[in-house]
Write a protein of this length. Structure first.
Length: 240
């Protein structure tokens, strides 16, 4: 008799519950220096957190404006940190994305909210994560950007909605593509499932890492086409 198949949502909750037990039994240590971390869901101590390089506030907006079809008057962006390939931030981002540590996204999202406020981004009406294609979501079990969006929205006191923007097209991985190929790969990848959720509203789009800006630009263009009054983008880290 075959073993019963559990829904992905049940398996995800079991994984998250087990990870919570492990966090209580083995308190997190800083990934950089080994000191006691700030909290179980943010494995960096205060000193190492402060030493991470902040991203320039104007770089993200300038990168987004290189892509066609975006309304410059409705497009602004910011990133919290500069990505440190091979460094502590990359370890943290990989744990968040690939190592079943989605809860890291909550405190990181709260820090991203502070970056948005510091940069003077327009206050959003709704926070929307960059979505995964359904197949990728099932493989990973969660969307790391949705967890970042939850923490960010909590700090700003606005709703986060992971159902607004969808990704019906299963695109190739962007990892080894140049900027032009990335844009071709994703420019038609997104759709708005609920236009009423964005029409006439200020929408804040959230992702973990921005490399060329192609993915963010394609998603922002889709939101603008659905009638968003204004769109902003925030990334946890900006690649060099």
């Amino acid at each position: 008799m075959p073993a019963p198949a559990f829904p992905a949502s049940v398996l995800r909750r079991l994984r998250e519950g087990w990870q919570g037990v492990l966090d209580l039994l083995y308190p997190a240590r800083c990934l950089a220096c080994g000191a006691r971390a700030l909290e179980p869901h943010l494995p960096l101590c205060t000193g190492c957190l402060r030493r991470l390089e902040r991203a320039d506030a104007t770089t993200v907006t300038a990168a987004l404006h290189r892509f066609e079809g975006l309304d410059p008057a409705r497009t602004v962006g910011v990133a919290l940190w500069r990505f440190d390939k091979g460094g502590v931030l990359q370890q943290l981002q990989h744990a968040l994305k690939y190592q079943n540590r989605p809860a890291y996204g909550l405190p990181l999202g709260r820090l991203m909210a502070e970056a948005c406020t510091d940069a003077g981004l327009p206050p959003p009406d709704v926070v929307v994560p960059v979505p995964l294609h359904r197949r990728r979501h099932l493989e990973r079990g969660y969307n790391q950007s949705a967890w970042l969006a939850r923490g960010l929205a909590e700090r700003l006191g606005v709703p986060a909605d992971a159902t607004v923007l969808t990704r019906p097209v299963a695109t190739r991985s962007q990892t080894h593509l140049d900027a032009g190929a990335r844009w071709q790969n994703v420019q038609d990848a997104f759709a708005v499932a609920t236009p009423q959720a964005v029409s006439g509203r200020q929408v804040l789009l959230v992702d973990d890492v921005m490399t060329t800006g192609a993915t963010a630009a394609a998603a922002l263009r889709t939101l603008q086409a659905a009638g968003a009054a204004g769109t902003a983008f925030v990334a946890l880290a900006l690649a060099r």
